[in-house]
Design a protein around this ligand. Sequence first.
Ligand code: TPP
Length: 513
Amino acid sequence: MNGAESLVHTLLKSGVNVCFANPGTSEMHYVAALDRVPGMRCVLGLFEGVVTGAADGYARMAGKPAATLLHCGPGLANGLANLHNARRANTPVVNIPGDQATYHRPLDAPLTADTEGWARGVSAWVRTATSSATVGADAAVAVQMARTSPGQIATLILPSDTSWDEGGVVADPLPVPAAPASSPNQIEEAAAVLHRGGTGVVLLLSGAGLSEEGLALAHRIAMHTGCRLMAGGSNARTARGQGRIPVDRVPYVVDVAVKAMAGTKQLILAGAKKPVTFFAYPGKVQTAVPPDADLHVLARPEQDVVDALARLADMLGAPKVAKPDNGPRPEPGRGALTSEAVAATLGALMPEGAVIADESVSFGRGFFPLTKAAASHDWLNVTGGAIGGGPPMATGAAIGAPGRRVINMQADGSAMYTVQALWTQAREKLDVTTVLLSNRKYQILLGELANVGANPGRTALDMMDLGNPDIDWPKLAQSMGVEGARTDTAEGFADLLAYSLKRSGPFLIELLI
Ligand SMILES: Cc1ncc(C[n+]2csc(CCOP(=O)(O)OP(=O)(O)O)c2C)c(N)n1
């Protein structure tokens, strides 16, 4: 057995059975091993940002990591932005770039690069394999590190001789440490704050706090104490729709966020970090949390937030409550394609168990309220602000959640970063509906120009204009094997969405907004 075969066997033994890949020469033995060892689903991405973003989406839904296969430092570098998004989502990823053979590296051949250095910025754990005899053991550690709470990126760099040399040894899976529990002190402090009650107590949820179970516990606490529930600004996965507690997210726009958090006197963090603004702006605050608010940490992101919420609810004596009634499903929108009309149509038509991969950027800021009474679904945000996360995340989510329809609410500018994901969706026959929000602009940046107080001229405005030439999205999709159509009315959207949900495989709907 060579090193690559021991690697693949070890990954499979440790429960990793999907590999998102974009290979090169140095990974040929890894590719050959994937061929020879049955059991691994290999998914080709035509750009490394698709590979890494798909690994992110997959793990968010499957609850376990996928492996990647990337080509040397430059291939890894192409995938870094979506590894950054994955890191911000606390997604487990077993990230495997191949590299020059150990004895070839000193010759400084063209693809030689600081692979470890590039990996380090996004990874909780980096190791370069040194021999075929130990690469199996390295792989077992990589899976263990990826699965360590709250979910991390573990990068195992694979010099080609550690793949092709004989003497590979399959390693047994290593135990995954349980998420640490919150200390009694953390629970007591939160309970004391909630006991005092009064207005201005906010319980801010993220991570598993936004799972169905976490939300139900938070709801119990809120019903008993009168505290307000909020969610972090961008979250890996939020359980929403019928039977789930609707929570507002901390808004993106600074002034809107300040309004939303005004009056907060006690902020209790449950799996969330203290919210800060995406950027500094001249003369504006850096956090929407009022300066006189006290901060309490019920559970840090790596702690077991569901356990902490359960212990807190018990300590408070909060009685069990019925599931909330989020009201009737919305009616599909009519007329012009406003943000509200699109949200209402989505809320009306999305099927039970849908997964929403949200990279709607500026147009989607109002999507939450009108989808709270939709069928139960999961909502995935791009978490690190690096655009181009949406189409790959949708692709990976469809593989991680088979049988569930993924709806990718996707802004056009961001989609152009990783548009090749459509090809993977077609090749893998994935049930993904891409709702392409075509405003032919970098709309958000027009707002940001105003926010920083700039006075834009022609050159600045041209840098935010995606027209001239207009992108023909249905044709682009069709060229990659994805059927697509375009509409400029809410009724047209409803028809196309319903059509896409009835058929299997991917579909793209361009909305001229
Ligand atoms: C990797 C990366 N590159 C560039 C940016 C800067 N940026 C933020 S939003 C944006 C444009 C988004 O346009 P689009 O996706 O069409 O959404 P819209 O603003 O029209 O809603 C850009 C270029 C970024 N956030 N991440």
